[in-house]
Design a protein around this ligand. Structure first.
Ligand code: ADP
Ligand code: G6P
Length: 489
């Protein structure tokens, strides 16, 4: 295959994802404020530095008027972002509906929604139609900005229909697709009424990537069992056309976190936190408020721990930072009230006049506050019921060089495959096991903490987002896949 020296000629890269790294908030008729978006996809892609990159993504807000659209496009242009404008109805059916009420829960083994959708296939179909329409609109914008030689990299479950739309318009375009969630067992994927069409359109890409070998294997099985295609060691073959399929485990921009710890502002936050919780051990949870994160399970395990260990009751606190997400989807609204109810009950049960065991915040933190929290806490608790990778666990490890805190990590997160040796792995459904792991972590001797941390730290600093992207793009440019995979090990 061809080789490119990325140091001398910067490869142009079009990143296409539903979410842009910044989200717009309207201030007046044609003025916009841009805020950082939250989520693993954005964190991973922000670490991508060595390409001449443009992002194409949904504007994140409804902008019906042309003046507003122009103003927003101009503001985004400074961030090298190109907006795709979707009207309210499409967003409702495509983003809230098909993406986050159907594909997201299914890919995380939660299943398909029962009452409102499957009873009326018409509603399912109209959401799928909106999904295809939205993907076509993304394709229009890609086409408009595409230049010969560009690499196009499509991301995530929102855009499974995009590779096909792009190839139909320009068969020479180099198209890659990467999934940031798990790809479930083919037995789960089979449940999806649009199972055939989605697989076929993903296969139109030249290269298809997943976080782990298991997800890649599940995808190949879905193609062989559901589409009856032939799986080869390199990928899947359909009428002589090979779509290459491989694992590309993502990482973070670890240096950004490590360097931030030296900043006066971060040091200041660390000092405040240390004073605030002096004399107590601090456990940390940082999640989008999503049903896949197992937040209720985490809280119940913490409750069980307090119940069984009265001596710890005034000596440990759990800080749970949960940023609201996809708040127009009913399942997410239900989860918010469920979590609030559990927190209230536990604090009522074990709190005192001066202290509560759980501090729950419903908001996102800025980068400096987040780094400070990662650095000063004793234990991080990640209890995802399923999670493509989970970058919060990487961020925690990156910030723990001096404290050497313990990571309790769900075995159902992709990160369990890379950080499993240093973390305490748990099954989040087993509340008893998680509760006893909390005790084990809080009592862990310094030498064991050091050994475990060291193992994970080495991994986090050597498997970065930069490496991940470079490996994927090199592969897309036809370097042999074996060579590229060796680099990720
Ligand atoms: P997901 O992709 O499901 O959102 P990840 O753990 O891979 O999960 O990534 C989450 C990203 O969002 C991380 O970079 C994390 O720092 C960020 N994040 C999550 N919750 C918060 C929060 N409350 N405040 C700030 N950032 C957050
Ligand atoms: C996960 C998904 C991303 C998504 C992020 C935040 O990381 O894989 O595609 O951007 O969650 O969710 P949101 O719906 O706000 O984009």
């Amino acid at each position: 295959g061809e080789r490119l020296d990325f140091r001398t000629s910067k490869q142009r890269l079009l990143v296409v994802a539903n979410r842009l790294p910044v989200s717009a908030v309207r201030h007046g008729e044609d003025s916009w404020q841009l805020e950082m978006s939250v989520g693993g996809l954005v964190t991973a892609l922000l670490g991508v530095k060595e390409f001449d990159t443009r992002w194409i993504g949904w504007a994140g807000v409804n902008v019906p008027d042309e003046i507003g659209q122009k103003a927003l496009a101009k503001a985004l242009d400074e961030k090298r972002c190109i907006p795709v404008f979707l009207d309210e109805e499409v967003v409702h059916q495509y983003y809230n509906g098909y993406c986050n009420n159907i594909l997201w829960p299914l890919f995380h083994y939660i299943g398909l929604p029962q009452e409102d959708h499957l009873a009326t296939t018409r509603s399912f179909q109209s959401q799928f139609d909106a999904y295809k329409k939205a993907n076509q609109l993304f394709a229009d914008v890609v086409n408009e900005h595409y230049e010969e030689g560009d690499v196009v990299w499509c991301h995530d479950y929102h855009l499974m229909f995009l590779p096909k739309c792009l190839k139909e318009r320009n068969s020479k375009m180099k198209v890659g697709w990467f999934l940031h969630t798990p790809f479930p067992s083919s037995e789960i994927h089979r449940m999806l009424p649009s199972r055939l069409e989605l697989l076929r359109s993903v296969l139109a890409a030249d290269l298809v990537g997943f976080h782990t070998y298991d997800y890649a294997r599940h995808f190949v099985s879905a193609c062989t069992r559901i589409l009856e295609l032939e799986g080869t060691p390199e990928g899947v073959e359909d009428q002589g056309k090979l779509t290459r399929i491989a694992a590309f485990p993502v990482g973070i921009d670890s240096e950004r976190f490590i360097k931030a710890l030296e900043l006066p502002d971060v040091q200041y936050h660390m000092k405040v936190l240390k004073q605030r919780f002096a004399g107590r051990k601090v456990m940390l949870g940082v999640d989008r408020l999503d049903m896949i994160k197992g937040i209720p399970q985490k809280l119940l395990a913490f409750e069980k721990f307090l119940e069984e260990n009265p001596n710890w009751r005034n000596k440990v606190v759990l800080l749970q930072i949960a940023v609201p997400t996809r708040t127009d989807v009913p399942e997410y609204q239900k989860l918010t009230s469920q979590v609030h109810e559990i927190v209230g009950r536990i604090n009522g049960r074990f709190g005192s006049l001066t202290a509560v065991p759980i501090h729950h915040l419903d908001r996102s933190l800025d980068f400096h506050e987040l780094c400070a929290l990662y650095a000063v806490t004793d234990v991080a608790l990640v209890t995802s019921l399923r999670d493509g990778m989970n970058l919060v666990s990487y961020e925690y490890v990156a910030c723990q060089e001096s404290k050497k805190g313990v990571l309790i990590l769900s075995e159902f997160a992709g990160a369990a495959q890379s950080l499993g040796a240093g973390a305490i792995l748990v099954n989040p459904w087993n509340v008893t096991e998680v509760a006893s792991s909390i005790g084990y972590a809080l009592n862990m001797p310094a030498d064991e903490r050091e050994k475990r941390h060291h193992h994970n730290f080495k991994h986090v600093i050597s498997h970065t987002a930069q490496e991940w992207a470079a490996t994927f793009v090199r592969c897309e440019l036809n370097v042999t896949i074996v060579e590229a995979q060796l680099r990720t090990r």
